[in-house]
Write a protein that binds this ligand. Sequence first.
Ligand SMILES: [Zn+2]
Length: 234
Amino acid sequence: MVANTDMNAGMKLSLWLRCQHCHLITYHPERFGNGPDNIQQNCSVCDADPTQKVMYFEHSLSVTLQFIQRAYESKQNLVSIDTFSAQATDKYPVSIVIFFAILQDLLLDRLLRDLAEARGIPKVNQLLAEHPLYAQKKKSLFPRCAGIDWDIALSKIQPNAKYDFFRLDQTLQQLTSLRQRFIYLGFGWHLSHKEATDCINSVEPLINLHVLLHNRYVHPCYLKTTRRNCQQNK
Ligand SMILES: [Zn+2]
């Protein structure tokens, strides 16, 4: 996700479709005329017909992505020195990292809800309320819902991944400290060019990460509706 792309990030989200039968998520760039038309084909895993494919990501995520993109494009690149002149700066609004944090939480909440539903874990709303912080959800709630630690889950999906998820995790931690600095200490109103681009360049890897976690830990539970498939994929 970068500024000046031919397709906005919200539209790109609509290219991820989920099979309603086996819950496999697949990417379909052909929806906007790119590549072979696989969307009219049956599900590659369970052979469900194409009408079973529905958009996976909710509209709220598209709205959040649009906010991130707009904040990035509103770079505050000039500061007035006096009435007649201005000086170039390299400042980006801190709102980029705030909206990005909302995206992180929405994605993780969705994954945890899907895991709980697939594995028959009750009272997911109560569990989410008891673990309001992102770190709590990742370190405590994810293992409870998926049956595996977050870091081990990353190591399982990493070999076939397009992005380096451990590097992404490090970047996310740095972005979290920027957000905490602003929210709890009340300073850091601007981001540097690197911080802003780290943030915006992390969007697609983050979405990919959640799709791969879903396909590894949620999708198998729906193949034969037995818990055994969930256990085999740890
Ligand atoms: Zn399927």
